[in-house]
Every structure is written in structure tokens, then in C-alpha cells.
Design a binder for this molecule. Structure first.
Ligand code: IMP
Length: 425
């Protein structure tokens, strides 16, 4: 199939960037369809470590086109920074097209994000403070400003007046802060117009044209299924739809095309930010997992919460995304554990098979212990080389999810993975 999607089946940070980077080698277009600079991808190419937040991971392939789709919120400052970093690292990048329809993250969105979180105190979501929620809120409130309005700035002043007016009311009365300066924002927009103007376009036309010609398109999801605005642990979610269904909306792909969805599953669980996390562990095992897996947020540096796999939730994620196979990542991190836990269901079997399971406590779950393995997996290139217990762990997951692990990733380096079946069919 010529359309493939990479979707996180947990709470983000599953290692989607690495899988996208690997699959992008054979793609023509790499498209982000939701989220913004809240995503955090760490890519290791040779001796270079590249962290990207906004630009699709496909950027590292010089003959590909990377698309920031209309369902994304676009932060020109981060875009500029990421491009500059790539240039400094002397990485030959591919072409980039930003949707005219994507909404622009202004500095005041980040300001409002931080102030709102502080105001919420203990009830805070634990956002990345990248302005994602406030920007998507403006979109829904119909006061958002799109990339096309920055480029063709005829109406920009009146749009900004309307937008800033509401915020200044909040800044003055709720947050006791100085108002946003219209002039500063117009200057800001003018500056970034010059930087982004060569990169914008009607991405939905490009995407459907490529799909029509059966050229290879890779959709790169950000965050994960349980951070989905609709199907995640609401309200502790991000502000966009992270599941595969949103590819048709946020990517602008016509629903007549079928997508081969690869669900990315980290071999254990992590969550960054607040909210329910059934399967979360504390104590020694969690510290060990965090250190071995370097589980610190790529965007905020926060230590990630960690736990064993919650297979019951993964089953739900497989269904909601129409997953055809999974990419199991960071299996190497589990080397050295005598036993590895997996949560296989709830102690109270009367629970429904739906999203309500994502709100349970770890204590409500049934734990099964599987024998671990000692050898380091980092040097193994073939499935048959894996220790017997590592293969048993993979098989257990596959059987539970009724889904094959088509990719097994064994380290951060681009080359460290085992491909068990062709993805581009
Ligand atoms: P926001 O997307 O910044 O509004 O944050 C909302 C929630 O999503 C918070 O719990 C964040 O920690 C989480 N989040 C956002 N982006 C990512 C990501 O790329 N990986 C993991 N968690 C994320």
C-alpha cells in the first residue's frame, strides 16, 4: 500500500520519530497532520543527535518533501530555529511545504498557556506550554490566524485586533499582566512572513495528487492515542486528534484512500504530564526503567512517569486506529530485568471494553510476570538472534493484540531495528 501512517498507541514518546525516519527512506512525502511544536522527536544519525519538535522527521532525507498539514498548529519561531539548527549541523534537508490553512502559534499563545497552567495550580494539565491549547482554542472560537493570513497580510491587523482583544481582557483582569502590543505582533508577523513565505502551499492538493499517482506518502502522528482530544484521558489530553482518523481531516487526504496504519508501541509505558496512567509504577523498577530508557521529555526535559505495558489499553488503541501491524520500540531497554510485567486486564472483569479503562488505577489491573533476558540486544540484526525470552515477550504481545510486530526497534540509532515484513506493499 502506498499510504502508511505512524501512530503512537500510548501517551506519546513511543519512538515514532525513529520509525518515521526509517520508513521515510522509501517515502515521497512525509506529512504531519496534527499537533505542533509540542511533539519531541530525538533522531540519531551517525554521531549527530537531532531534536525536532515541529518539522516532520522526514526532513533528514534530502530527496523527500516534508509537509506540515492543515490540522497542525504552526509555530514560526520554532520552525526558524529548527531550520537554522539543521543548517548548522550541515544536514542536507528535503523540501518543506506548510499548509496555508494551518493555524499560527503566536508568542501570546505560549504566554496564555503558561498563565493558565499556573492559574489551574494542582488541576493543571501539565502541558508543554508551547501554546498548543490556546492556538487550537482560537481556531474553534473562530478567531484564529492562519498561515495564509501571515503571507497575504491584508486582513492581518483587523484579525489581530479581534484576537488580542479577548486576551488582553484576561491578561488585565485575571492574570494582572501587561497587555499584548498590537504593533509588536504586527512586527513579529512581518518578520516571520519573510522567513516562511517560500515554504507555504495548498498541501491538500499536493497530498491528493501524490495519492492519486500511487506515490508513497507517510503520515507522521504526534503525541499518542491516549492524548487524543476525543479518545484520550480527557481532560488530560492534548488539543488535537492524534488517532489515525484525523489523517483525513488534518492531512486533507480524501477518504477514498486506504491507509496502512503502523501502531508504535514502546516495550513499556511512559507518560509525561498529569492525568490517569493505569500501569504506572513507582519505586526501584520505575527508576531503573527511567534511567535505562532515558525517559525525560524531549520538549520540556521533565522526567517521564513510567510503567509496564497495559495490553488491555493497547487493544483499544489498535481498534481505534485500525492498526495493521505494530512497531515495538526500545525493547533493548528491558534487557537485564529478571522479570517483566504486563497488565492484561482488570481485576473486576465486569468493566466495559472502552476508554473508561484508561481511567483505572494500577491497583485495579491484573499483572502477569514474564521471564526477562540478560543479553544486550543492541548488536542484534536478525529476529532469530534475539534471546528466547525476548521472542516470547514479543509473541505474548502479538497474541494479545492479534497484531504482528512488523518492526522491532533495538536502539536509538537509525540502523538499530529488525524489519519482519514489508511495510510499503
Ligand atoms: P499540550 O499538547 O502542550 O497542550 O499538552 C497536553 C498534554 O499532552 C500534556 O500532558 C503533555 O505532557 C502531553 N504531550 C504533548 N505533546 C507530547 C508529546 O509529544 N509526548 C508526550 N506527551 C505530550
Amino acid at each position: 500500500m502506498s499510504i502508511v501512517a505512524i501512530i503512537g498507541l500510548q501517551w506519546g514518546d513511543e519512538g515514532k520519530g525513529k520509525i518515521t525516519d526509517v520508513l521515510a527512506a522509501d517515502a515521497d512525502l512525509v506529512v504531519r497532520f496534527q499537533g505542533g511544536a509540542n511533539a519531541g522527536h530525538t533522531l540519531v544519525v551517525g554521531s549527530k543527535v537531532i531534536r525536532s519538535h515541529l518539522i516532520p522527521s522526514g526532513i533528514l532525507h534530502k530527496d523527500k518533501i516534508s509537509v506540515i498539514g492543515s490540522g497542525c498548529v504552526f509555530d514560526p519561531e520554532i520552525f526558524d530555529k529548527e531550520l537554522t539548527t539543521l543548517k548548522k549541523l550541515k544536514i542536507k534537508t528535503g523540501k518543506i511545504v506548510i499548509s496555508n490553512n494551518a493555524h499560527v502559534v503566536f508568542p501570546f499563545h505560549k504566554l496564555m498557556d503558561g498563565l493558565k497552567e499556573a492559574h489551574l495550580g494542582k488541576a493543571a494539565i501539565g502541558t508543554t506550554k508551547m501554546g498548543i491549547g490556546p492556538c487550537y482554542s482560537d481556531r474553534v472560537n473562530r478567531i484564529g490566524i492562519r498561515v495564509s493570513e501571515i503571507i497575504n497580510s491584508k486582513n492581518l491587523k483587523s484579525l489581530l485586533i479581534k484576537n488580542i482583544d479577548e486576551k488582553n481582557f484576561m491578561l488585565k483582569h485575571r492574570y494582572k499582566q501587561r497587555p499584548i502590543s498590537l504593533k509588536k505582533m504586527l512586527d513579529w508577523a512581518e518578520k516571520y512572513k519573510e522567513i516562511i513565505k517560500g515554504y507555504t502551499g495548498d498541501t491538500e492538493v499536493l497530498i491528493n495528487d501524490y495519492a492519486d499517482k500511487s506515490r508513497k506518502i507517510l503520515f507522521e502522528g504526534a503525541q499518542g492515542t491516549f492524548l487524543d482530544l476525543e479518545w484520550g484521558t480527557y481532560p488530560y489530553v492534548t488539543s488535537s486528534n492524534t488517532i489515525a482518523g484525523n489523517i483525513y481531516l488534518g492531512g486533507g487526504l480524501s477518504p477514498k484512500y486506504k491507509i496502512n496504519v503502523i501502531g508504535v508501541v514502546k516495550a513499556y509505558s511512559t507518560r509525561v504530564g498529569n492525568g490517569p496512567f493505569p500501569g504506572e509504577l513507582d519505586g526501584e523498577i520505575s527508576e531503573l526503567l527511567r534511567e535505562k530508557g532515558n525517559e525525560y521529555g524531549a520538549t520540556t526535559g521533565r522526567p517521564r512517569r513510567v510503567g509496564w505495558l497495559n495490553l488491555d489499553l493497547l487493544k483499544f488503541a489498535v481498534l481505534m486506529n485500525g492498526v495493521s501491524s505494530i512497531a515495538l520500540t526500545k525493547l533493548d531497554v528491558l534487557s537485564g530485568f529478571d522479570e517483566i510485567g504486563v497488565f492484561t486486564g482488570t481485576k473486576n472483569s465486569g468493566r466495559k471494553k472502552n476508554i473508561s479503562k484508561a481511567f483505572l488505577k494500577t491497583n485495579d489491573l491484573k499483572l502477569k510476570l514474564i521471564k526477562g533476558w540478560q543479553p544486550n540486544l543492541g548488536d542484534m540484526d536478525l529476529y532469530k538472534e534475539l534471546p528466547k525470552n525476548a521472542k516470547s515477550y514479543i509473541k505474548f504481545i502479538e497474541k494479545f493484540l492479534n497484531t504482528k510486530a512488523s518492526i522491532v526497534s533495538l536502539g536509538a540509532q537509525r540502523s538499530k531495528y529488525i524489519l519482519r515484513e514489508a511495510i510499503w506493499k
